[in-house]
Design a protein around this ligand. Structure first.
Ligand code: AMP
Length: 574
């Protein structure tokens, strides 16, 4: 049996081809979405999925997420005392999905079709295949994510040439691909996007509206605890606005009740500048592929954020017709992977032309930003060459120092897609001397040139020096050899993995610990007792004791989540 896997940056899914079509497989806690997170417990046990995601907040040093961004690089992710490469962490996710599929199918699974972004380079594709191998999966075929989305809609069943656009708005990134299916071969005609635009920005808009309506809460803006709660409440409100026309948000903090009532119409107005930004990558993709919107057979939506009606309306307005919305956008890629797996089992898998002549990452430098109150915020990433640029490519940008007294400018070069450099990969540094004076007369032109061998040349030119400052960074694809894989396979085999059948309780415990951190005072003390009872029940390893304890802690969590406020209960068993 071959399974289809969407190995995502935030969530991963597994699906299988059944007689009547593709079907998603639930994990051990009954969800089809498995967060792409790994955490290591105090006793060295590895937790994968939701339990690990809950621990991102409570145990940030012992948990990891978003490692898909480092595939194909040799960046090391540290979890507790252990070090991992992105392939190894991805392998742990794949292994969990493989086990979920085996439990569902009742038979061993040894082969998978795994999806990757269309712009993934050769190194990133090899890393994904290596992750499969480390998970005990043979991965003969990788499938481009937009192709998978198209397959889920049965585009391969149309006989004539078919052109379509995949509009993928995820949590943090926006990808647009124009695909052309001709004679059974799928070609990516263009891929564009915005690495700094996603569902999270739409949560940011609700945060801003909240502060505008509750000025007295502005004093908490720098408190991580308050912001965590606000983000969670705004995320919930955003999702509710995908179902209803109104939402009212209640946040109880520091003895005060803060509220925000929001209509979908007001929300749409407040999101206007974000919605406008969706236009440019679409226009660029159509221009680059030389395709007129009227030639498109369909517009396919992918990514959880396209569930928002305001986004769907924007897409309809942009194209003058409705996009395909029959399949859940966060499930469409995994379902398409299962379609390809089904075709492969029948030996009629769809072929793809893979584009590898694009820059797989954005390349840029670290900058500081002057804020409106005249303070300076450091550590921002400013891309010079955007991911997906056709290579070879050369781009120049002009920068100026922040102060008149500055005697030099340190150009720290990074690759990656995150807003802050700490989440990207540092490639090198170049020191440029300045002779002081007004910043606008003391600017530096920074040119990046990237070639097909992955060689990056950085040149910095100042008005005072005729010769540019230069730095050359060798392309480092970070590909694992077969010997490396064998060695890492042995290391992974030594890891203790949390038993699948006990993951549900472990996830509840991790969630309880996260909620505990968000509570204060009596509420916190009361909840601590509930956790303690649950832990004791788990230690008994007796299902008759665990089952009611589980119900109890679930009820306590529900109560806190719904009311965001709890009175201490006189009866701890409640
Ligand atoms: P993905 O990376 O495709 O899993 O997309 C995750 C993004 O989709 C996050 O920003 C979520 O907040 C967003 N999302 C998921 N479900 C919904 C929903 N029902 N309404 C609005 N946004 C959603």
């Amino acid at each position: 049996m071959i399974i289809g896997i969407d190995l995502g940056t935030t969530n991963s899914l597994v699906a299988v081809w059944e007689e009547n079509g593709p079907r998603l497989i639930p994990n051990s806690i009954g969800d089809v979405l498995t967060p792409s997170c790994v955490s290591i417990d105090a006793d060295g046990t590895v937790l994968v999925g939701k339990a690990a995601r809950e621990r991102l907040q409570t145990h940030p040093d012992r948990s990891a997420a978003l490692f898909k961004r480092y595939m194909g690089s040799d960046r090391i992710v540290r979890i507790g005392k252990k070090e991992f490469r992105a392939e190894e962490l991805s392998a742990l996710i794949l292994r969990a999905l493989k086990e979920d599929a085996e439990a569902y199918l009742g038979s061993p699974v040894t082969e998978a079709v795994i999806t990757v972004p269309a712009y993934f380079s050769e190194a990133q594709r090899k890393a994904t295949k290596a992750a499969g191998k480390l998970a005990g999966l043979h991965v003969e075929r990788l499938l481009n994510e937009p192709t998978a989305a198209a397959l889920a809609y049965g585009i391969h069943q149309r006989d004539s040439e078919s052109k379509f656009l995949v509009f993928d708005l995820g949590g943090g990134t926006f990808d647009v691909s124009v695909l052309d299916l001709f004679d059974g071969v799928m070609e990516v005609r263009a891929t564009t996007g915005d690495n700094f635009l996603g569902g999270e920005d739409f949560v940011g808009v609700i945060n801003d509206l909240f502060f505008a309506a509750n000025q007295s809460a502005l004093k908490f803006k720098k408190e991580a605890h308050f912001m965590q709660r606000l983000f969670a409440a705004s995320e919930l409100a955003k999702r509710q606005l995908s179902k209803e026309a109104n939402v009212s948000m209640d946040l109880h903090y520091d003895g005060q009740q803060y509220q925000l009532a929001l209509t979908e119409a007001d929300y749409e107005k407040a999101c206007a500048s974000l919605l406008v930004r969706l236009r440019d990558p679409v226009e660029r993709a159509l221009r680059d592929s030389n395709i007129h919107p009227s030639e498109l057979d369909s517009i396919v939506l992918a990514g959880g954020a396209t569930r928002m009606p305001i986004v769907k309306r924007m897409v309809s307005r942009m194209f003058g017709r409705f996009p395909s919305v029959d399949i859940n956008p966060d499930e469409v890629v995994a379902l398409g992977a299962a379609v390809q797996a089904g075709l492969k089992m029948k030996n009629v898998a769809l072929n793809e032309i893979v584009m590898t002549d694009v820059a797989p990452y954005s390349l840029g430098i670290e900058i500081s930003k002057q804020l409106s109150d005249d303070s300076v915020s450091h550590g921002h990433f400013d891309p010079i060459i955007e991911r997906n640029s056709v290579i070879p490519v050369s781009r120049v940008k002009n920068y100026c120092p922040i102060s008149e007294k500055q005697t030099h400018l340190m150009l720290n070069v990074y690759q990656g897609e995150s807003r802050m450099v700490r989440d990207n990969i540092k490639l090198g540094s170049l020191k440029v001397s300045l002779h002081g004076g007004a910043p606008e007369n003391n600017t530096v032109d920074v040119r990046f040139t990237y070639d097909v061998n992955g060689l990056l040349q950085v040149e910095a030119k100042t008005a005072q020096r005729s010769e540019p400052y230069t730095l050359v960074i060798e392309g480092n694809p970070g590909i694992l050899s077969d010997a490396d894989i064998t060695q890492r396979l042995a290391a992974l085999a030594d890891l203790k993995i949390h038993p699948r059948d006990r993951l549900e309780s472990r996830t509840l415990l991790a969630k309880s610990e996260r909620i505990y951190q968000q509570l204060l005072g009596d509420e916190r003390e009361w909840f601590s007792k509930q956790i303690f009872h649950f832990e004791q029940a788990l230690e008994s390893q007796d299902n008759k004791v665990i089952a009611p304890a589980k119900k109890n802690i679930e009820a306590a969590i529900d109560h806190i989540e719904q009311h965001n406020r709890l009175q201490p209960s006189p009866d701890p068993s409640w």
